[in-house]
Design a protein around this ligand. Structure first.
Ligand SMILES: [Zn+2]
Length: 440
């Protein structure tokens, strides 16, 4: 089965180009050097290839051949210098990128790729989490959060609430447009994240009114206002709770009898699942009722035959719980780690270099680089999910690191008509690049 036409690299890149050409350039009134499209797409290419020297290499290639790979593969007419790209990206309104996340998700839907993510009929798991992607005591911009220490030293940072569609048995995650946690948000850290999450979900509702989500998250989200909003918006929830954050409920759970279900997996690990429905979340007489589920794992040491029990977690949900679905629900609650592992860690590993190499900017640069890194990651997740040429090339090179090293080496040295020609050379060790006559 070949990749659906609207999910290949060229179509995704074209959708991005279309969006940029439709956008008003904020700099139009003054003298503009490079087109908005070329600048933003260059930023995307740098993140996609994870190469801070990309623009220099490609400008050099243009000098030799009159063309370069940013032209042939990313349709960039004029390759900007790093400084020009950075200055322009700093001015770009981050909301510009929001429609692209929606566009890519719709393409996955049309390409029949989203269906497999259904966790319950018609429902998708949506873990949400706050993450800090920048922190410094020296560098700062207008959009930085400022946290003063007792000694008066200010720590500057950028945080977002990130949500992604995940499934416990699928490695790839589908990120949604992140929501920045702004310094005008509230006073406490928790206030900020939860307000960011509210704004995020209002936008998700607007963008995807027909989708139903099971929102998952840590105990920060497991409070009445956010739960009420979740239900009002037609979604469901599956949030972790903590004894420290949920004292009333934790105390009440000590004197109730849970229903129990046990399962042994193929590694001889014993899972004990427990649940009870219709418990009051708070001490308030008007408190909302929640269904509670918890899980513990018992393993037996092969040498000593001693058994060890690990407590896995306690969650609350509005979904009905029974013997048939409890193991599945717990797997859904636990799939939250996918957003941490697959999404944040990849971004942090890639993003660190970017911040280090491109600077912080004065206004929107930092958040725009985060979004471009996320879009590059999204494009790669789609390829990983359904692009056979990409999958073959990835498989050939073993680790992700060596794959990208090889791609970068070819991209910066040889001129290719397309991304797929380059992938062909990675996979089959052929020489499909073009060697036009040097112009100079
Ligand atoms: Zn900043």
């Amino acid at each position: 089965m070949s990749i659906k036409k609207h999910l290949n690299f060229d179509s995704l890149r074209q959708a991005f180009s279309d969006l940029l050409y439709q956008t008003d350039d904020p700099r139009q009134k003054t003298k503009v050097g490079y087109k908005l499209h070329d600048v933003v797409m260059s930023g995307f290419a740098c993140m996609f290839l994870q190469c801070p020297s990309l623009l220099e290499f490609q400008r050099r290639m243009s000098g030799w051949f009159g063309r370069n790979n940013l032209q042939t593969q990313f349709r960039i007419t004029d390759t900007p210098e790093n400084t020009a790209m950075r200055d322009c990206l700093d001015q770009v309104d981050s909301q510009l990128f929001s429609p692209l996340f929606k566009n890519y998700l719709t393409r996955l839907q049309r390409g029949n790729q989203l269906k497999q993510y259904q966790f319950l009929p018609g429902m998708y798991l949506l873990p949400m989490d706050g993450t800090e992607y920048f922190s410094s005591k020296k560098l700062s911009c207008d959009c930085c959060l400022q946290i003063p220490s007792r000694t008066g030293v200010v720590t500057y940072s950028h945080k977002v609430v990130q949500a992604a569609i995940v499934h416990p048995s699928i490695k790839q995650v589908i990120p949604l447009m992140p929501e920045a946690i702004c310094n005008t948000d509230g006073t406490g850290k928790q206030d900020c994240e939860i307000n960011g999450a509210k704004r995020l979900m209002q936008r998700v509702q607007k963008d995807h009114p027909r989708m139903t989500f099971i929102r998952t998250g840590d105990s920060l989200y497991a409070h009445t206002p956010f739960i009420k909003e979740t239900l009002e918006q037609g979604d469901h929830y599956l949030f972790a709770i903590q004894p420290g954050d949920h004292k009333t409920l934790t105390k009440a759970l000590k004197s109730v009898v849970f229903s129990e279900h046990r399962e042994v997996d193929d590694k001889d690990r014993k899972f004990t699942y427990e649940w009870i429905e219709q418990q009051s979340l708070t001490a308030d007489s008007e408190s909302i009722k929640v269904n509670v589920l918890r899980c513990r794992l018992t393993t037996i040491d092969k040498k000593t035959q001693e058994s060890k029990t690990t407590f896995i977690g306690t969650w609350i949900t509005d979904l009905p719980i029974n013997e048939e679905n409890i193991a599945h629900l717990v797997s859904g609650a636990r799939a939250r780690w996918r957003i941490e592992n697959e999404c944040f860690n990849t971004l942090k590993n890639q993003g660190y270099e970017i911040e280090h190499n491109f600077g912080h900017g004065k206004k929107n640069l930092s958040f725009n680089f985060y979004i471009l890194t996320l879009l590059a990651f999204f494009t790669q997740q789609i390829a990983d999910l359904c692009d056979e040429s990409y999958q073959a090339a990835r498989k050939k090179m073993g680790t992700l690191k060596s794959f990208w090293q090889d791609v970068r080496a070819l991209f910066n040295r040889f001129l290719y008509e397309s991304w797929y020609k380059l992938l062909e050379d990675v996979t089959y060790n052929t020489h499909t690049y073009i060697m036009p006559e040097p112009t100079g």
